[in-house]
Design a protein around this ligand. Structure first.
Ligand code: NAP
Ligand code: NAG
Ligand code: NAG
Ligand code: NAG
Length: 251
Protein backbone atom coordinates (compact mmCIF):
# COMPACT_ATOMS: atom_id res chain seq x y z
CA UNK A 1 0.00 0.00 0.00
CA UNK A 2 1.27 3.45 -0.88
CA UNK A 3 2.23 5.50 2.17
CA UNK A 4 0.01 8.37 3.20
CA UNK A 5 0.83 11.61 1.40
CA UNK A 6 2.30 14.48 3.42
CA UNK A 7 0.67 17.90 3.70
CA UNK A 8 2.98 20.75 4.79
CA UNK A 9 1.37 23.88 6.24
CA UNK A 10 3.24 27.03 7.24
CA UNK A 11 1.47 29.59 9.43
CA UNK A 12 -0.56 27.68 12.00
CA UNK A 13 -0.65 30.36 14.72
CA UNK A 14 -2.53 29.08 17.73
CA UNK A 15 -4.52 26.67 15.57
CA UNK A 16 -7.74 28.69 15.56
CA UNK A 17 -7.41 30.03 12.01
CA UNK A 18 -7.01 28.81 8.45
CA UNK A 19 -3.69 27.01 9.05
CA UNK A 20 -5.04 25.00 12.00
CA UNK A 21 -8.30 24.18 10.21
CA UNK A 22 -6.36 23.03 7.12
CA UNK A 23 -4.19 20.76 9.26
CA UNK A 24 -7.33 19.15 10.72
CA UNK A 25 -9.13 18.75 7.39
CA UNK A 26 -6.11 17.26 5.55
CA UNK A 27 -5.34 14.98 8.51
CA UNK A 28 -8.92 13.68 8.53
CA UNK A 29 -8.61 13.07 4.80
CA UNK A 30 -5.63 10.75 5.40
CA UNK A 31 -2.65 13.07 4.91
CA UNK A 32 0.29 13.07 7.29
CA UNK A 33 0.72 16.66 8.41
CA UNK A 34 3.89 18.72 8.92
CA UNK A 35 3.01 21.78 11.00
CA UNK A 36 5.25 24.84 10.63
CA UNK A 37 4.93 27.94 12.83
CA UNK A 38 6.85 30.15 15.18
CA UNK A 39 6.34 29.07 18.76
CA UNK A 40 6.22 25.38 19.55
CA UNK A 41 3.61 25.05 22.33
CA UNK A 42 0.54 25.56 20.17
CA UNK A 43 2.08 23.44 17.44
CA UNK A 44 2.78 20.52 19.75
CA UNK A 45 -0.73 20.76 21.13
CA UNK A 46 -2.22 20.57 17.63
CA UNK A 47 0.11 17.71 16.63
CA UNK A 48 -1.04 15.84 19.77
CA UNK A 49 -4.69 16.51 18.97
CA UNK A 50 -4.37 15.21 15.39
CA UNK A 51 -2.35 12.16 16.42
CA UNK A 52 -4.88 11.30 19.16
CA UNK A 53 -7.58 11.41 16.48
CA UNK A 54 -5.72 8.75 14.44
CA UNK A 55 -3.57 11.07 12.32
CA UNK A 56 0.20 11.37 11.99
CA UNK A 57 1.09 15.02 12.62
CA UNK A 58 4.42 16.49 13.69
CA UNK A 59 5.36 19.98 14.91
CA UNK A 60 8.24 21.68 13.08
CA UNK A 61 8.72 24.99 14.90
CA UNK A 62 10.77 27.75 13.27
CA UNK A 63 12.44 30.76 14.91
CA UNK A 64 11.06 32.97 12.13
CA UNK A 65 10.13 32.72 8.46
CA UNK A 66 13.53 33.70 7.05
CA UNK A 67 14.53 32.16 3.72
CA UNK A 68 17.10 30.00 5.50
CA UNK A 69 14.74 28.83 8.26
CA UNK A 70 12.14 27.75 5.70
CA UNK A 71 14.75 25.76 3.75
CA UNK A 72 16.06 24.16 6.93
CA UNK A 73 12.61 23.12 8.14
CA UNK A 74 11.90 21.27 4.89
CA UNK A 75 15.13 19.35 5.50
CA UNK A 76 13.81 18.34 8.92
CA UNK A 77 10.48 17.23 7.42
CA UNK A 78 12.21 15.05 4.80
CA UNK A 79 14.43 13.57 7.49
CA UNK A 80 11.43 12.74 9.68
CA UNK A 81 9.63 10.86 6.88
CA UNK A 82 12.54 9.64 4.70
CA UNK A 83 10.28 7.62 2.39
CA UNK A 84 7.38 10.02 2.61
CA UNK A 85 5.94 11.94 -0.32
CA UNK A 86 5.09 15.61 0.15
CA UNK A 87 2.04 15.99 -2.09
CA UNK A 88 0.43 19.18 -0.81
CA UNK A 89 1.79 22.38 0.69
CA UNK A 90 0.03 25.49 1.98
CA UNK A 91 1.69 28.87 2.42
CA UNK A 92 -0.61 30.55 4.94
CA UNK A 93 1.72 32.80 6.93
CA UNK A 94 1.30 36.51 6.41
CA UNK A 95 2.45 39.82 7.79
CA UNK A 96 -0.44 42.25 8.18
CA UNK A 97 -0.08 45.98 8.78
CA UNK A 98 -2.95 48.33 8.06
CA UNK A 99 -1.92 51.97 8.27
CA UNK A 100 -2.12 55.20 6.27
CA UNK A 101 0.76 55.33 3.82
CA UNK A 102 2.64 58.20 5.50
CA UNK A 103 2.73 56.32 8.84
CA UNK A 104 4.46 53.26 7.39
CA UNK A 105 8.04 52.73 8.50
CA UNK A 106 10.95 51.26 6.57
CA UNK A 107 10.92 48.31 8.99
CA UNK A 108 7.28 47.56 8.16
CA UNK A 109 8.06 47.60 4.44
CA UNK A 110 10.93 45.18 5.03
CA UNK A 111 8.81 42.86 7.19
CA UNK A 112 5.88 42.76 4.80
CA UNK A 113 8.07 42.02 1.79
CA UNK A 114 10.15 39.55 3.79
CA UNK A 115 7.23 37.43 5.10
CA UNK A 116 4.63 37.88 2.38
CA UNK A 117 7.00 37.58 -0.58
CA UNK A 118 10.55 36.42 0.15
CA UNK A 119 9.64 33.66 2.62
CA UNK A 120 6.99 32.46 0.17
CA UNK A 121 9.75 32.12 -2.47
CA UNK A 122 11.68 29.83 -0.10
CA UNK A 123 8.55 27.80 0.73
CA UNK A 124 7.59 27.48 -2.95
CA UNK A 125 11.09 26.40 -3.93
CA UNK A 126 11.13 23.65 -1.32
CA UNK A 127 7.60 22.49 -2.17
CA UNK A 128 8.38 22.31 -5.90
CA UNK A 129 11.67 20.50 -5.30
CA UNK A 130 9.71 18.01 -3.16
CA UNK A 131 7.09 17.42 -5.86
CA UNK A 132 9.10 17.43 -9.04
CA UNK A 133 10.57 13.92 -8.99
CA UNK A 134 7.44 12.18 -7.67
CA UNK A 135 5.36 10.03 -9.97
CA UNK A 136 1.90 11.18 -11.02
CA UNK A 137 -0.79 10.51 -8.43
CA UNK A 138 -4.35 9.34 -9.17
CA UNK A 139 -5.23 12.89 -10.21
CA UNK A 140 -2.43 13.01 -12.76
CA UNK A 141 -0.30 15.41 -10.78
CA UNK A 142 2.82 15.44 -8.67
CA UNK A 143 1.69 17.86 -6.02
CA UNK A 144 -0.39 20.89 -5.14
CA UNK A 145 0.98 24.19 -3.84
CA UNK A 146 -1.67 26.44 -2.29
CA UNK A 147 -1.35 30.10 -1.28
CA UNK A 148 -3.67 32.00 1.07
CA UNK A 149 -4.41 35.44 -0.30
CA UNK A 150 -6.72 38.21 0.88
CA UNK A 151 -8.90 40.99 -0.53
CA UNK A 152 -5.66 43.00 -0.66
CA UNK A 153 -4.18 40.46 -3.11
CA UNK A 154 -6.22 42.08 -5.87
CA UNK A 155 -7.52 45.37 -4.48
CA UNK A 156 -5.64 48.11 -2.67
CA UNK A 157 -7.45 50.39 -0.27
CA UNK A 158 -6.83 53.35 2.01
CA UNK A 159 -4.70 51.57 4.62
CA UNK A 160 -3.36 48.60 2.68
CA UNK A 161 -0.30 49.94 0.83
CA UNK A 162 2.27 47.78 2.61
CA UNK A 163 0.05 44.71 3.05
CA UNK A 164 -1.32 44.82 -0.51
CA UNK A 165 2.20 45.25 -1.93
CA UNK A 166 3.11 41.97 -0.18
CA UNK A 167 -0.08 40.11 -1.10
CA UNK A 168 0.00 41.30 -4.75
CA UNK A 169 3.59 40.03 -4.85
CA UNK A 170 2.50 36.66 -3.50
CA UNK A 171 -0.26 36.45 -6.11
CA UNK A 172 2.22 37.31 -8.87
CA UNK A 173 4.53 34.56 -7.63
CA UNK A 174 1.71 32.01 -7.60
CA UNK A 175 0.55 32.88 -11.12
CA UNK A 176 4.08 32.67 -12.48
CA UNK A 177 4.66 29.30 -10.81
CA UNK A 178 1.33 27.98 -12.09
CA UNK A 179 2.50 28.73 -15.66
CA UNK A 180 6.03 27.46 -15.22
CA UNK A 181 5.24 24.21 -13.38
CA UNK A 182 1.86 23.26 -14.82
CA UNK A 183 3.84 21.63 -17.64
CA UNK A 184 5.39 19.35 -15.04
CA UNK A 185 1.95 18.46 -13.65
CA UNK A 186 2.53 20.51 -10.54
CA UNK A 187 -0.64 22.33 -9.54
CA UNK A 188 -0.13 25.84 -8.15
CA UNK A 189 -3.22 27.57 -6.85
CA UNK A 190 -4.07 30.83 -5.07
CA UNK A 191 -7.12 31.59 -2.93
CA UNK A 192 -8.35 35.13 -2.43
CA UNK A 193 -9.99 35.11 0.99
CA UNK A 194 -12.27 38.06 0.35
CA UNK A 195 -13.55 38.87 3.84
CA UNK A 196 -12.78 38.45 7.51
CA UNK A 197 -12.16 34.97 8.90
CA UNK A 198 -13.69 33.82 12.20
CA UNK A 199 -10.42 33.20 14.06
CA UNK A 200 -9.91 33.64 17.82
CA UNK A 201 -8.18 36.93 17.08
CA UNK A 202 -11.24 38.29 15.28
CA UNK A 203 -13.40 37.03 18.15
CA UNK A 204 -11.57 39.44 20.46
CA UNK A 205 -12.03 42.38 18.06
CA UNK A 206 -15.60 41.96 16.91
CA UNK A 207 -19.00 41.60 18.49
CA UNK A 208 -20.25 38.08 19.28
CA UNK A 209 -23.14 38.49 16.86
CA UNK A 210 -20.74 38.93 13.94
CA UNK A 211 -18.68 35.96 15.05
CA UNK A 212 -21.73 33.69 15.27
CA UNK A 213 -23.18 34.75 11.91
CA UNK A 214 -22.05 32.46 9.09
CA UNK A 215 -23.66 34.83 6.58
CA UNK A 216 -21.09 37.55 7.18
CA UNK A 217 -17.75 35.95 8.02
CA UNK A 218 -15.63 33.12 6.68
CA UNK A 219 -15.29 29.92 8.66
CA UNK A 220 -11.68 28.60 8.70
CA UNK A 221 -12.93 25.03 8.33
CA UNK A 222 -14.92 25.97 5.23
CA UNK A 223 -11.79 27.53 3.70
CA UNK A 224 -9.85 24.38 4.58
CA UNK A 225 -12.43 22.19 2.84
CA UNK A 226 -11.96 24.28 -0.30
CA UNK A 227 -8.19 23.72 -0.05
CA UNK A 228 -8.72 19.96 0.17
CA UNK A 229 -10.95 20.20 -2.90
CA UNK A 230 -8.17 22.07 -4.77
CA UNK A 231 -5.65 19.38 -3.81
CA UNK A 232 -8.06 16.74 -5.13
CA UNK A 233 -8.63 18.40 -8.53
CA UNK A 234 -7.27 16.47 -11.49
CA UNK A 235 -4.99 17.75 -14.24
CA UNK A 236 -7.74 18.09 -16.82
CA UNK A 237 -9.62 20.83 -14.96
CA UNK A 238 -7.79 22.59 -12.22
CA UNK A 239 -8.03 26.02 -10.68
CA UNK A 240 -5.31 28.65 -10.51
CA UNK A 241 -7.36 31.15 -8.54
CA UNK A 242 -10.35 30.73 -6.30
CA UNK A 243 -12.11 33.45 -4.40
CA UNK A 244 -14.05 32.77 -1.25
CA UNK A 245 -16.39 35.19 0.44
CA UNK A 246 -19.36 34.99 2.79
CA UNK A 247 -22.91 35.06 1.42
CA UNK A 248 -23.77 38.58 2.64
CA UNK A 249 -20.53 40.33 1.68
CA UNK A 250 -20.92 44.06 1.03
CA UNK A 251 -17.63 45.02 -0.64
N1 NAP B 1 -7.98 36.84 9.44
C1 NAP B 1 -8.62 37.33 8.40
O1 NAP B 1 -9.69 37.91 8.55
C2 NAP B 1 -8.09 37.15 7.00
C3 NAP B 1 -8.82 37.62 5.93
C4 NAP B 1 -8.36 37.40 4.63
C5 NAP B 1 -7.16 36.72 4.43
N2 NAP B 1 -6.45 36.29 5.51
C6 NAP B 1 -5.22 35.54 5.26
O2 NAP B 1 -5.42 34.26 5.78
C7 NAP B 1 -4.18 33.72 6.20
C8 NAP B 1 -4.35 33.13 7.56
O3 NAP B 1 -4.87 34.09 8.41
P1 NAP B 1 -5.56 33.67 9.76
O4 NAP B 1 -6.39 34.82 10.15
O5 NAP B 1 -6.22 32.37 9.63
O6 NAP B 1 -4.30 33.58 10.75
P2 NAP B 1 -3.35 34.78 11.27
O7 NAP B 1 -3.16 34.60 12.70
O8 NAP B 1 -3.88 36.09 10.74
O9 NAP B 1 -1.96 34.64 10.57
C9 NAP B 1 -1.53 33.55 9.82
C10 NAP B 1 -0.11 33.25 10.16
O10 NAP B 1 0.71 34.32 9.79
C11 NAP B 1 1.80 34.38 10.68
N3 NAP B 1 2.08 35.73 11.09
C12 NAP B 1 1.23 36.63 11.59
N4 NAP B 1 1.86 37.77 11.88
C13 NAP B 1 3.15 37.57 11.55
C14 NAP B 1 4.33 38.37 11.62
N5 NAP B 1 4.28 39.61 12.10
N6 NAP B 1 5.49 37.86 11.21
C15 NAP B 1 5.53 36.61 10.73
N7 NAP B 1 4.45 35.81 10.64
C16 NAP B 1 3.29 36.28 11.04
C17 NAP B 1 1.46 33.56 11.89
O11 NAP B 1 2.43 32.55 11.91
P3 NAP B 1 2.77 31.67 13.21
O12 NAP B 1 1.97 30.46 13.01
O13 NAP B 1 4.22 31.44 13.09
O14 NAP B 1 2.37 32.46 14.41
C18 NAP B 1 0.07 33.05 11.63
O15 NAP B 1 -0.12 31.71 11.85
C19 NAP B 1 -3.15 34.84 6.09
O16 NAP B 1 -2.42 34.62 4.89
C20 NAP B 1 -4.01 36.07 5.97
O17 NAP B 1 -3.38 37.11 5.24
C21 NAP B 1 -6.88 36.48 6.78
C1 NAG C 1 15.79 33.87 12.28
O1 NAG C 1 16.17 32.90 13.21
C2 NAG C 1 17.51 32.45 13.04
C3 NAG C 1 17.71 31.27 13.96
O2 NAG C 1 17.45 31.60 15.29
C4 NAG C 1 18.46 33.62 13.30
O3 NAG C 1 19.81 33.20 13.10
C5 NAG C 1 18.13 34.75 12.33
O4 NAG C 1 18.90 35.88 12.63
C6 NAG C 1 16.65 35.13 12.41
N1 NAG C 1 16.33 36.04 11.34
C7 NAG C 1 15.59 37.10 11.53
C8 NAG C 1 15.31 37.92 10.30
O5 NAG C 1 15.10 37.42 12.62
C1 NAG D 1 -11.83 50.14 1.91
O1 NAG D 1 -11.68 50.96 3.04
C2 NAG D 1 -12.88 51.60 3.44
C3 NAG D 1 -12.49 52.58 4.56
O2 NAG D 1 -11.82 51.92 5.60
C4 NAG D 1 -13.89 50.56 3.87
O3 NAG D 1 -15.10 51.17 4.25
C5 NAG D 1 -14.15 49.61 2.71
O4 NAG D 1 -14.98 48.54 3.12
C6 NAG D 1 -12.82 49.04 2.21
N1 NAG D 1 -13.05 48.26 1.02
C7 NAG D 1 -12.62 47.00 0.89
C8 NAG D 1 -12.86 46.37 -0.43
O5 NAG D 1 -12.07 46.40 1.81
C1 NAG E 1 -5.72 31.94 20.41
O1 NAG E 1 -5.29 33.25 20.75
C2 NAG E 1 -6.33 34.12 21.17
C3 NAG E 1 -5.69 35.46 21.44
O2 NAG E 1 -5.19 36.02 20.25
C4 NAG E 1 -7.01 33.55 22.40
O3 NAG E 1 -8.10 34.34 22.73
C5 NAG E 1 -7.50 32.13 22.13
O4 NAG E 1 -8.01 31.53 23.29
C6 NAG E 1 -6.36 31.26 21.58
N1 NAG E 1 -6.92 29.97 21.17
C7 NAG E 1 -6.27 28.81 21.38
C8 NAG E 1 -6.95 27.59 20.84
O5 NAG E 1 -5.22 28.74 21.98
Amino acid sequence: MASRPIFVVAGVGNASGTGGASARVFSNAGYRVALIARGSDNLKKLAGELTAAGGDAVAFPVANYSYQEVQTVFGAIRKHWPDGEIRAALWNAAHGTWKPFLDITEEEVDESLEINVKSAFAFSREAILSFKDLSLNDNGKRGTLIFTGATASARGNTTTSVFAAGKFGLRALSQSLAKEFGKQNIHVTHAIIDGAIATDRQKERRDPEWFANADVRLDPESIAKSYLYLAGQDRSAWTWELDLRPAHEKW
